[in-house]
Design a protein around this ligand. Structure first.
Ligand code: EPU
Length: 451
């Protein structure tokens, strides 16, 4: 296991190009199971979660080829189904990557059967899949549990369209919508998904499915209508930019009083964080015309200039389904607001338990009081470096940001969480002026306790 050793206090400045989105790429890769033809996805990020998804697809009879991509750090992934007799997504893989659940819909629709290890909870709280199963059952699937696996079987004659309501206690479900929409593309008749997730990653998946020949309308709205077709063909698509990576780097510039140009910024997908940063006193401007842009530019991609010169203002922030402020940027925003001049209030409405970063930030001098799903953050003039433990992907990012701004040395342990969702973050941040070293935790112990 690796740790980051961060010497704080160095402003982040320069130019960063956002990679393709992890959370868009994962269900898009799973869509490979829906067709016998080849799928080609560009701007697929190099991340642990993606590596696990490719491994899972390999186990499910999909041949995967990779080529270096045009943009920095991305790659193009080509998939081709070669064996349709396999249908078991094993515990070993799903345990390491919950998003493995998004093979469920495609496998069931195309192969008539899917067996997938039931994903457990994780550090951000319970992660049930009842809405996924309810949706698939509405399409006619029989669902049972065997040995910790969910076993789903399509009825004689295949899945059939139906009206499916995906609203749950915390809003809709992103991967649940991806699963039902994918399965419905090959079902007989019309499926109406009510209370569908409106997240940009679901729209990106829907656009890919449309290119493959699926008949889908209502993408980006709470009602998605899918008219089933006989079969889907191959397609090519460039994965959308990662809005969470973009937001995290913007906050890195903001927390260190830096100045960063962020290319491949997904404008429409980042409205909530954009507003929040401005409210907090961060200067942020968008430009359609970045002369250095190598990404080919399209309407969702822009370049953001992020800068902070003055002090941070406190804000009131609630995480919500899109287009609200994303839960995946809550830990980073909370880290930023520990340095605001006043009290901020952060309410987590998607994963109410997602506050493991708070206890670690207290060790760095932050003042945060938590009441259930709400954290009151009283800004302090400075954070001080400390050894801290990463607990999940986004909490780790929050701790790294705090470490960048803190006085002295911060050691963030268990950064394998970070590697699941941020491409070589230590190297990119170092290139932007940070002082970060990646070392193995074993080395850390040897340094801390000399023999
Ligand atoms: N929920 C249910 N029942 C279900 C499914 C979800 O009650 O069957 C609840 C969840 O417990 C949660 C809420 O509904 O309270 C929303 O969960 P959702 O299903 O939307 O989450 P997800 O699809 O499993 C994706 C992202 C997460 C992101 C959430 C919310 C991927 C691979 N994961 O998860 O990303 O936080 O949507 O936007 O797309 C991350 O990247 O760090 C990450 C955790």
């Amino acid at each position: 296991m690796d740790a980051f050793v961060i010497e704080g206090g160095k402003p982040i400045s320069g130019r960063f190009e956002v990679h393709g989105s992890k959370n868009a790429a994962l269900p898009m890769l799973a869509a490979a199971l829906l067709t016998d033809e080849s799928l080609e996805l560009s701007d697929v990020p190099r991340l642990e979660d993606i590596a696990n998804m490719l491994r899972l697809l390999g186990e499910l009879g999909v041949e995967v080829n990779e080529q270096p991509g045009k943009s920095r750090g991305g790659r193009t992934v080509q998939t081709q189904v070669t064996d349709t007799s396999l249908s078991h997504a094993r515990y070993d893989i799903v345990r390491t990557m919950r998003a493995g659940v998004c093979v469920l819909g495609p496998m069931l629709a195309r192969r008539g059967e899917a067996r997938i290890s039931m994903p457990g909870g994780c550090a951000i709280g319970p992660r049930p899949i009842d809405l996924h199963l309810k949706g698939l059952a509405a399409l006619g699937a029989s669902i049972s549990l065997a040995n910790g696996d969910v076993v789903a079987k399509a009825p004689e004659g295949g899945l059939r369209g139906a009206t499916v309501f995906l609203g749950g206690p915390f809003g809709s479900t992103v991967l649940g919508t991806a699963n039902i929409m994918s399965a419905a593309t090959l079902a007989r008749g019309r499926t109406v998904i009510e209370s569908a997730a409106c997240e940009p990653e679901v729209v990106d998946l829907g656009r890919l499915l449309q290119t493959m020949g699926a008949k889908i309308s209502g993408l980006g709205t709470p009602r998605i209508v899918v008219d089933g077709v006989e079969q889907l063909g191959g397609a090519r698509r460039r994965v959308m930019p990662d809005r969470i990576e973009a937001g995290t780097y913007a906050m890195a510039a903001a927390i260190t009083k830096g100045e960063l140009t962020i290319a491949n910024w997904p404008v429409d997908a980042l409205i909530g964080p954009f507003e929040m940063l401005r409210d907090a006193g961060v200067e942020i401007e968008l430009s359609e015309h970045d002369p250095l842009d190598t990404t080919g530019g399209d309407s969702i991609r822009s370049t953001a200039f992020v800068r902070r010169t003055g002090s941070l203002r406190p804000v009131e922030l609630t995480t919500q389904p899109f287009p609200g402020f994303p839960t995946d940027l809550q830990a980073q925003a909370l880290a930023l607001l520990t340095l605001a001049s006043g009290n901020s209030i952060i309410t987590e409405k998607i994963f109410p338990e997602r506050f493991l970063h708070v206890a670690e930030l207290l060790r760095m001098g932050a003042h945060v009081i938590r009441h259930g799903p709400t954290a009151v953050v009283s800004g302090v003039p400075k954070l001080v470096g400390a050894p801290v433990m990463a607990s999940d992907l986004r909490a780790s990012a929050g701790l790294v940001l705090a470490g960048l701004a803190a006085r002295g040395r911060t050691v963030v342990r268990r950064v394998y969480h970070l590697d699941r969702g941020y491409q070589r973050m230590d190297e990119y941040l170092t290139g932007l002026g940070a002082d970060i070293q990646r070392i193995s935790e074993k080395t850390l112990e040897e340094v801390a306790v000399p023999a």
